[in-house]
Design a protein around this ligand. Structure first.
Ligand SMILES: NC(=O)C1=CN([C@@H]2O[C@H](COP(=O)(O)OP(=O)(O)OC[C@H]3O[C@@H](n4cnc5c(N)ncnc54)[C@H](O)[C@@H]3O)[C@@H](O)[C@H]2O)C=CC1
Ligand SMILES: O=C(O)[C@H]1O[C@H](OP(=O)(O)OP(=O)(O)OC[C@H]2O[C@@H](n3ccc(=O)[nH]c3=O)[C@H](O)[C@@H]2O)[C@H](O)[C@@H](O)[C@@H]1O
Length: 469
């Protein structure tokens, strides 16, 4: 079995960065080098004052301990590949924007270029690990590219080792994973490579939590896990619409069904819709895979999870417009939270983007506050979602504030889009005093105490609560 002493990770993003930083922390005897084409990102990882490129609780402590000891960030990709025995490919795999499968299939151009890079510069045998989420059988394409382009003395073993961390809890998820999944060809070389990676994780993960399976099962399990998690949210969100129409309470319903040990209580929180870079992308990928395999009913089944999510976002913004007397033109609305979930600065596919777009299209004025999202990112997201509107016009309608209280001042309505802890602790009395009347709160994250807000004088609408206003 090959022993791993040097690891290279291609891709210093939300997955490559935290994952390999934790490997370095837990395996001081292994040298870990995380590389990226993006110089600014690498500079941020190397910054003296630890202004890391991503916000993730606990990450800074890990980087502080390991960086410069056995953890390195670099743009010298060739050198890191040449030195490593094991290479993680942790590049982005977004949804294709054009060509065959546009809007559904995963765009594998970054995986392919990273693979070609390995083939071109490697001077010794390597274990190459797919860390990115990829369609079933991508490992086969990687092997074909590597074998066709490599030097004669280089052998490549390909493993699939999908990542299950969630943003906001990444460090804890990496320290205590429910499971680590390693897929390999079931050949002696494939199993030896799988064991080599298993030994890396065994430095801190109990061996019975490391599942070793075939390559294709491993690749498909990642898509399946995300699809099933997202399906739970769409299911509970579909029920939230029934609750609003009937007077049932989605919190009580979720609690009651979650008590069934076969269903379980986690991931049943109704919301304004799921966001994040992966759920939608991975389901659409699964839809595309199903269609390619001539399984239209299967494709249609999974597609509904995304359809329901879009419906939930639209339904929520429509509730805001309907409740504010069918027009929000010229009215100022406070949007609390712009990240796709709490404890991250990531805005990819954030439901807040859709809500703000809808409000702007209704000609409202919007204040936005998020404790972690950088202002530049908000402008980028709004420009992307409204490509025909110049940024200068968007800026006439949107004001980004630096506190929740400032955000709510002189507005007609407050919309809670992200479940940041600080929004639970808002002084609603102060907010009420500073708002125009009647003052409305629309809670897309089940955060507020409806009764308390009503006593203050607010009109309140909460996702999945029938007793509105
Ligand atoms: N964000 C998340 O929480 C999770 C993401 N994943 C999967 O992990 C993969 C990576 O996702 P993120 O880290 O969020 O993406 P990201 O976009 O944050 O990071 C990817 C990085 O790869 C770099 N890159 C692309 N091509 C390169 C090349 N040829 N050479 C060197 N660097 C290159 C980019 O510059 C970028 O910095 C995706 O497949 C995603 O589906 C899986 C689990 C969790
Ligand atoms: O492949 C990935 O990228 C990752 O996708 C998700 O992680 P992440 O998107 O970071 O965060 P989640 O906690 O899953 O939340 C996703 C979205 O669902 C929403 N959500 C989550 C849970 C819930 O009960 N209700 C709900 O609306 C969140 O607010 C958020 O917008 C999965 O949880 C990870 O296991 C997976 O590795």
């Amino acid at each position: 079995m090959p022993t791993v002493t040097k690891i290279c990770c291609i891709g210093a993003g939300y997955v490559g960065g935290p994952t390999c930083a934790v490997i370095a922390l837990k395996c001081p005897h292994i040298q870990v080098t995380i590389v990226d084409l993006n110089q600014a990102r690498i500079d941020a990882w190397n910054s003296r004052d630890y202004k890391l490129p991503i916000y993730e609780p606990g990450l800074e402590d890990v980087v502080r301990e390991a960086r410069g000891r056995n953890l390195f960030f670099s743009t010298d990709i060739d050198k890191a590949i040449q030195e490593a025995d094991l290479i993680f490919v942790s590049v982005n795999t977004p949804t294709k924007k054009s060509g065959v499968g546009a809007g559904f299939a995963a765009d594998l151009k970054y995986v392919e270029s990273a693979t070609r890079h390995i083939a071109k510069v490697a001077t010794s045998s390597k274990i190459v690990v797919e860390k990115s989420t990829v369609p079933c059988r991508t490992a086969e394409s990687m092997r074909t590219i590597l074998e066709a382009n490599s030097r004669p003395n280089c052998r490549f073993d390909i493993l699939s080792n999908p990542e299950f961390l969630a943003e906001g809890t990444a460090i804890n998820d990496l320290f205590n994973p429910d499971r680590v999944l390693i897929g390999s060809l079931q050949t002696p070389d494939g199993i030896a490579a799988s064991n080599a990676l298993l030994e890396v994780y065994a430095n801190w993960v109990p061996k019975d939590r490391v599942l070793t399976v075939g390559l294709w099962s491993s690749e498909l399990s990642k898509l399946a896990a995300n699809a099933m998690l997202a399906q739970r949210i769409s299911s509970v969100n579909a029920l939230s619409a029934i609750c609003e129409a009937t007077g049932a309470n989605i919190d009580e319903v979720a609690h009651a069904i979650g008590y069934d040990s076969r269903i379980g209580p986690k991931f049943l929180r109704a919301s304004v819709g799921f966001g994040g870079s992966c759920f939608q992308k991975d389901i659409l990928n699964l839809v595309y895979l199903s269609e390619s395999l001539h399984l239209p009913e299967v494709a249609e089944y999974w597609k509904q999870v995304v359809v329901m999510n879009e419906y939930q976002k639209r339904r929520f913004s429509k509730t805001v417009v309907d409740t504010l007397f069918n027009t929000i033109t010229g009215k100022r609305i406070a949007v609390l939270g712009f990240a796709f979930k709490a404890d991250t600065g990531d805005t990819r596919e954030s439901p807040a983007i859709t809500l703000v777009r809808d409000f702007l299209q209704e000609k409202a004025l919007v204040n936005i506050y998020d404790p972690q999202v950088v202002h530049e990112q908000i402008w980028t997201d709004l420009t992307e979602v409204m490509p025909s509107v110049p940024l200068s016009d968007i800026k006439k309608q949107v004001h980004i504030t630096t506190s929740a209280l400032e955000c709510c001042l002189n507005t007609e309505a407050v919309v809670i889009a992200t479940e940041w802890r600080e929004f639970r602790e808002i002084d609603w009395e102060v907010v009420y005093t500073g708002m125009n009347k009647p003052a409305f709160v629309f809670d897309g994250r089940l955060l507020v105490d409806i009764q308390k807000l009503k006593e203050i004088g607010f009109q309140v609408a909460v996702i999945g609560r029938g007793e509105r206003l």
